[in-house]
Design a protein around this ligand. Structure first.
Ligand code: S3P
Length: 434
């Protein structure tokens, strides 16, 4: 599938983007491990989160989907999972795989985890290392890549792990293994990363302690089923925040968006660039802060992106580079080497597409310099990365000529219905096969 985007347009009106991917994955995992039922609303029915849902069904958990966005998980308790008949296929989802491997390391049975070509090229050594220190036995393919084979029946012991990189997936993986470990499991992070696992464990009645940059828990407790209202995903909202900012005449209200302070770097960065963003109706929903976000067109200027914002906006850089391309002057990003090991190498992928559209960039090992300019048109490659596809689609709002975004199938991993919602808001987008 490809997107054909005609130049121009403005984003206006009110819309709600689909549920948060990170929270959706976790809601299934913790719901499955809880005692009793967990009712989830606002669940992201994207391929990534559905792959996690199917993985737990394959391990004997009864999960119902009574209506759109609604899921009921009949928890089996921490020790109620059973071995799946075949390898678990996590599709494109790094979060699904990295969190699951932690949880499976403490099971009495063997498991195998696999995924698509993108996932099978991503580094898993970062989770294998701490789990091995805890006593787990995990085999990977060459270079620490999936598929992963996890030997069950290993007694895990708690560790205090200093994360070598700011990664919520690694932190969460170790904490989930910690549920099965003897004693205390603690993780210290070099910079704040998304804390949905910690918040949600609390919601399930499990005690998690935070002291400075260290989170810890004791193994051997129990989770109680609960209700989860998944907010709209700020990472999906980001395409509209950028789109409305760059397109003259835009005035858009994005409702019920999660604004967890470990995820709000995109708001901070866009505001530093001069964006007109206001939060309305701020509230807390099931332990997560939520707001309606109003965004109106504003002229943007290039900035040096503050280093402390990088982990807080890690998934939003494809969209932010489009903002940078439309800004006056230079935008400099450093300290973002993690972008090279996402669903694609997002620095290389964005640099290539921006160059096709006539924007000058300088690629750095750990970032990029984007020179603001005028977007032309052309055919851009996505490297099968959902966020690269959506970033170049919204670029059409300020392009002088049509943009063809090739290979957009993966958009469904995080944002099913993106083209329809974007078209409804005012983007001149059509999708076609081929
Ligand atoms: C995620 C954490 C981030 C993010 C990913 C989702 C999560 O990855 O990029 O899309 O749900 O924990 P890292 O923790 O590897 O940075």
């Amino acid at each position: 599938m490809k997107f054909s985007v005609q130049p121009g347009g403005a984003l206006v009106g009110e819309l709600r983007v689909p549920g948060d991917k990170s929270i959706s994955h976790r809601s299934i995992m913790l719901g499955a491990l809880a005692e009793g039922r967990t009712r989830i609303s606002g669940f992201l029915e994207g391929e990534d989160a559905l792959a996690t849902l199917e993985a737990f069904r394959a391990m004997g958990v009864q999960i119902e989907r009574p209506a759109r966005g609604e899921v009921v998980v009949n928890g089996v308790g921490l020790h109620g999972l059973r071995a799946a008949d075949a390898a678990l296929d996590l599709g494109n989802a790094g979060t699904g795989m990295r969190l699951l491997v932690g949880l499976l390391a403490g099971q009495p049975f063997d498991s195998e985890l696999s995924g698509d070509a993108s996932l099978c090229s991503r580094p898993m050594g970062r989770v294998i290392e701490p789990l091995t220190l805890m006593g787990a036995h995990i085999e990977a393919a060459e270079g620490g890549r999936p598929p992963l084979r996890i030997r069950g029946g290993k007694a895990l012991k708690g560790i205090h792990y200093e994360l070598p990189m700011a990664s919520a997936q690694v932190k969460s993986c170790v904490l989930l293994a910690g549920l099965y470990a003897e004693g205390e499991t603690a993780v210290t992070e070099p910079a704040p990363t998304r804390d949905h696992t910690e918040r949600m464990l609390g919601g399930f009645g499990y005690t998690v302690r935070r002291k400075g940059s260290t989170v810890s828990l004791q193994g051997g407790g129990a989770l109680r089923g609960c209700e989860i209202d998944v907010p709209a995903d700020i990472s999906s909202a980001a395409f509209f925040l950028v789109g409305a900012s760059i397109a003259p005449g835009s005035d858009l209200l994005l409702t019920h968006v999660g604004i967890n302070p470990t995820r709000d770097g995109v708001l901070t960065i866009l505001r530093l660039m001069g964006a007109d963003i206001t939060l309305q109706n701020e509230r807390e929903v099931g332990g997560e802060p939520v707001a309606d976000i109003r965004v109106r067109h504003a002229p943007l200027r290039g900035i040096e992106i503050p280093a402390d914002q990088v982990p807080l906006a890690i998934d939003e850089f494809p969209a932010l580079f489009i903002a940078a391309a439309c800004a006056e002057g230079q935008t400099v990003l450093r300290g973002a080497q993690e972008l090279r090991v996402k669903e694609s190498d997002r620095i290389a992928a964005m640099a290539e597409g921006l160059s096709t559209l006539g924007i000058r960039t300088q690629v750095l090992e750990d970032g990029i310099i984007v020179e603001g300019g005028s977007l032309g048109g052309g055919a851009v490659r996505t490297f099968l990365d959902h966020r690269i596809a959506m970033a170049f689609a919204i670029a059409g709002l300020r392009a002088a000529q049509p943009i063809e975004v090739l290979d957009c199938d993966h958009v469904a991993t995080s944002f099913p219905g993106f083209e329809q919602l974007a078209a409804q808001a005012g983007l001149h987008i059509e999708s076609s096969t081929g």
